[in-house]
Design a protein around this ligand. Structure first.
Ligand code: C2O
Ligand code: CU
Ligand code: CU
Length: 493
């Protein structure tokens, strides 16, 4: 939307619900507004779990992928138009290796501009997916006078140095003001970074390593994705300003899928790719997750959890041990934050015993550095101001940095909020130091790029600015909040 339409849009919200006035606890655990589907929901645990295709390079280090629309069967018996990288949802998985730079050329054959961000990547600014750094479809007439630094191209080569530890990264659209609807339609996929240190560990691998992209969607009668119109009338603001939640939970693009597993350990790379929905994941009829990694890579040592809260943008790399269940068991991954359909995620069925030479070693990331000393502390307040979601009182102002951290230093960033705001920082990885002055959660460990800041919480993180100088951003990863201006630039100098 242009600057003018954004103002009109925000103006329309004037009579909407006044979220900012609501007190702590009013929102509970809910981080969005449910948009119900208009078709009968499919029966859970009937569709097999798909595993996204692994992208093949056109030559070593170079990939070419086209963003296009395609019709796929998501709800059995109907078809859905998705916008996908390679025409698939999720897009292909890019298998990257530390020390092996990769170029991904993105061609846009959709009807709208896009910008691709590799979430969790330590990449130079020109390849970071800045929201106005657009790849436009051929013939697209685009006039936007707001952004002096707007760049438009038909195909863009994104250069990824891949000089970072093994981690579960993901990529998704990041177009200014339109990220939420465009990701909802399917523009997201995995990028897995591997390295020698991780190769040397006896973790489950091959078919026993499952990337699991969890997201919620809603569907119209005809099987199409249902999404509110953000730009037409005032409806969106009053009802969906909190964020859009669907009632169908997809894993790798399939509704409540089922996966057959052997009675062995599995590595599950959990990603919350939802626009606004948070989950608290648990296994029924019981069972625990051994966390081995967080957003930006392996932990130094594993941590065992009964439940895992996961906010939009976050990843948890865990090992689940299915040898703990009798053969024939159904083990369900559930979401204890929701009742009803969104309370289920997917199911594993334990089909047979099998040999298992995997293990979770007591030391995982040997080389993961300790805590650097912070040179300064800065505060970022995530809050509704008037009719916008703002950072430090400002709706997003492209080109106006809120901070200028120095390359090679570390800073404490104090994040405060009025609602659930999963705060994501580009380029810089961070450790969570404290929540409300107390020790962080057991699930906050390791180097992260996204942290779930809960209503009226104060979260201190220690961010390390390594990589490249230039313009990056921090924002709320509730994608509706992001589109409603909860973003800011920072310049690494
Ligand atoms: Cu995954 Cu700037 O976002
Ligand atoms: Cu990012
Ligand atoms: Cu937010």
């Amino acid at each position: 939307m242009s600057g003018v339409s954004r103002r009109t849009f925000l103006g329309v919200l004037g009579g909407g619900a006044v979220l900012a006035a609501a007190g702590c606890g009013v929102f509970g655990e809910s981080s969005g507004q449910l948009l119900p589907s208009r078709l009968p929901l499919p029966r859970p645990f009937t569709v097999p779990l798909p595993i996204p295709q692994v992208a093949r390079p056109v030559r070593p280090g170079r990939y070419e992928v086209t963003q296009r629309a395609a019709r796929v069967e998501i709800i059995p018996g109907t078809t859905t138009e998705v916008w996908g990288y390679g025409g698939t949802f999720p897009g292909p998985t890019f298998e990257l290796r530390r020390g092996a730079p990769a170029t991904i050329a993105v061609r846009n054959e959709l009807s709208v501009p896009t910008s691709t961000h590799l979430h969790g990547g330590v990449n130079p600014p020109h390849s970071d997916g800045y929201p106005t750094d657009l790849v436009v479809p051929a013939g697209y007439a685009h006039h936007d006078h707001r952004h002096a630094e707007t760049h438009h191209q038909l195909v863009k080569d994104y250069h990824y140095p891949v000089d970072q530890p093994a981690a579960t990264l993901w990529y998704h659209d990041h177009r200014m003001d339109h990220t939420a609807p465009q990701v909802w339609r399917g523009l997201a996929g995995f990028a897995l970074v591997r390295d020698e240190e991780e190769d040397a560990l006896p973790l489950p691998r091959g078919e026993r390593e499952l990337p699991l992209m969890i997201c919620d969607r809603s569907f119209d009668e005809d099987g199409s994705f249902r999404y509110p119109d953000l730009h037409d009338g005032g409806h969106f603001g009053s009802d969906y300003m909190e964020g859009v939640e669907g009632d169908v939970i997809l894993v790798n693009g399939a509704p409540w899928p089922v996966a057959e597993v052997t009675a062995t350990r599995y590595r599950l790379r959990l990603l919350n790719a939802s626009n606004a929905r948070r989950y608290r994941l648990a296994l029924t009829p019981g069972g625990r997750f051994t966390q081995i990694g967080s957003d930006a890579g392996l932990l130094t040592a594993p941590v065992v959890h009964d439940t895992i809260p996961i906010a939009p943008g976050e990843r948890y790399d865990v090992v689940a041990d299915f040898s703990a269940y009798p053969v024939g068991s159904a083990v369900t991954l559930v979401n204890t934050l929701a009742d009803g359909p969104a309370g289920n995620v997917m199911r594993f069925v334990v089909t047979r015993r099998a040999a298992d030479d995997s293990a979770v070693p007591r030391v995982l990331a040997r080389s993961s550095e300790g805590r650097p000393r912070a040179v300064t502390t800065r505060s970022f307040d995530f809050r509704r101001t008037g009719n916008a979601w703002t950072i430090n009182g400002h709706p997003y102002r492209p080109g106006v940095p809120l901070a200028r951290p120095r390359l090679g230093t570390a800073e404490i960033w104090r994040l405060t909020s009025d609602f659930h705001h999963p705060v994501h920082v580009h380029l810089a990885h961070f450790q969570v130091l404290a929540r409300n002055g107390r020790p962080p959660l057991a699930t906050d460990g390791g180097w992260k790029d996204t942290v779930d800041v809960r209503p009226y919480e104060v979260v201190d993180v220690l961010a390390r600015f390594t990589g490249y100088p230039g313009r990056y951003m921090l924002h709320c990863h509730n994608l509706e909040h992001e589109d409603m201006a909860m973003m800011a630039d920072f310049d690494v100098v």
